[in-house]
Design a protein around this ligand. Structure first.
Ligand SMILES: C[S@@+](CC[C@H](N)C(=O)[O-])C[C@H]1O[C@@H](n2cnc3c(N)ncnc32)[C@H](O)[C@@H]1O
Length: 271
């Protein structure tokens, strides 16, 4: 990164931190616990629920998980938003998935969070990522070129003393990736690779047919077609491709159970 890029990113980070402090000042005391019966509220009032998750992050989430987020917030190691750590915490607490697949790994923030959550809740879970581990982007995303993404992901796992995950260096549309996805029934899949509609659609179709009944697909960047109103500095509602896809999800086979910002969670209800 050149000096102008460095300064721009530092200014951006400072603005985000300031907006976070402002949002936090709107709350007093410790956030209420989020029970499963409240998940439906996330669909009816996604903006309010997102803010509850933000408050929860700062006042209830275990310190080790907040530190994990802080690590990925530094040095541009990760995307996402603090409330998403709460979403994964709620999902792993309730479902304890025995295996987890992430399409689109970047530097390993979510994959390592999943591994940390399994450790936190004391259950065994296998972790698998599929990603080109290159700067490959799409119509709405660009990634830096000066990084070995594969080694970096492994280093980030090691930083938290987590066992190395399974990593397949491939595009999700490659034959090897399709074979890996079809090689077992998955409990939880996070789709966050290429955001172009056609690719996201292919990812969904392949993942949906290899998900066990009761399993979850979390679709990133898919909130544009909901009433979720992001805060301009802190959060985004997502991208057109995944948002269109979310609207098309077959509701006779999937039930939407949770929304945290632009992440929407679908549970497979039938084969
Ligand atoms: C937004 S980043 C993922 C962030 C990551 N999920 C996390 O939570 O930290 C998207 C990633 O998907 C990768 N990617 C792009 N095209 C892909 C494809 N066809 N299949 C899998 N991954 C892809 C990009 O290179 C990038 O690493």
């Amino acid at each position: 990164m050149n000096i102008a890029g460095f300064l721009k990113s530092r200014r951006g980070n400072w603005k985000v931190r300031r907006a976070e402090s402002r949002l936090l000042r709107r709350f007093t005391g410790i956030a209420d616990e989020i029970s499963e019966s409240q998940w439906e509220e996330s669909l009816a009032n996604p903006t309010e629920f997102y803010q509850h998750c933000f408050h929860y992050f700062h006042t209830r989430l275990p310190k080790s998980l907040r530190e994990h987020r802080a690590y990925f917030e530094s040095n541009g190691r990760g995307f996402g938003e603090r409330s998403f750590h709460v979403m994964w915490f709620l999902l792993f607490r309730k479902f304890a998935p025995e295996n987890f697949l992430e399409i689109g790994v970047f530097r390993g923030q979510t994959l390592s969070l999943a591994a940390m959550l399994a450790r936190h809740f004391k259950f065994d879970a296998s972790m698998q990522g599929i990603s080109p581990f290159s700067p490959a982007g799409d119509a709405v995303s660009k990634y830096r070129h000066d990084l070995n993404y594969y080694e970096d992901t492994l280093e980030n796992f090691a930083h938290f003393s987590l066992p190395a995950p399974g990593l397949l260096q491939a595009y999700s549309t490659d034959r090897m990736a399709a074979e890996l996805i079809a090689s077992q029934e998955w409990s939880c899949i996070y789709i966050d690779g290429n955001h172009d509609y056609e690719i996201a659609r292919r990812d969904w179709d392949l993942c949906a047919s290899n998900l066990r009944t009761g399993g979850l697909i979390v679709l990133d960047d898919s909130g544009l077609t909901t009433s979720y109103a992001p805060s301009p500095i802190l959060s985004t509602a997502g991208h057109p491709g995944p948002s269109r896809l979310a609207k098309e999800v077959d509701r006779t086979h999937f039930r939407e159970i949770l929304q945290v910002g632009h992440n929407r969670v679908f549970q497979k209800t039938a084969l």
